[in-house]
Design a binder for this molecule. Structure first.
Ligand SMILES: [Zn+2]
Ligand SMILES: [Zn+2]
Length: 96
C-alpha cells in the first residue's frame, strides 16, 4: 500500500475514504450555500440566474436551490416517481 495524500481533489479522483468524503461534503455544502446566496428573486421565486444553469432538472433544484417553475416541476415529478416506485416495491409490482 502506498501512502497517498488526501486533499480536496482526492474525492474527484475516486478516493472514498472517510476524510475525503467529509472534505468533499463540506466543499459541496459551501458551493451550494454560495449558489443559494446568488439566486435572484423573479416573480416571487428565487431562481438561479447563472448562464451555465440548465433549468427543468431535479439536480438544478437540489444543487442550485433553483425554484423556477421548470425546476420545481422537475422536483415534484421526481418526488412522485420515487413515491410510486416505493409503493410498487412495497406491493411487489414492478412497472415497466
Ligand atoms: Zn482519501
Ligand atoms: Zn430553474
Amino acid at each position: 500500500m502506498t501512502e497517498t495524500s488526501h486533499t480536496a481533489t482526492s474525492y474527484s479522483h475516486g478516493c472514498r475514504c472517510g476524510p475525503c468524503r467529509r472534505l468533499h461534503a463540506r466543499k459541496v455544502a459551501t458551493l451550494r450555500a454560495r449558489r443559494r446566496a446568488d439566486r435572484t428573486l423573479i416573480n416571487g421565486r428565487l431562481v438561479a440566474v447563472e448562464p451555465t444553469v440548465v433549468h427543468g432538472l431535479y439536480s438544478t433544484y437540489i444543487n442550485w436551490s433553483c425554484r423556477c417553475p421548470e425546476c420545481t416541476t422537475a422536483q415534484r415529478d421526481r418526488r412522485i416517481a420515487v413515491a410510486n416506485q416505493r409503493r410498487a416495491e412495497r406491493d411487489g409490482i414492478v412497472e415497466a
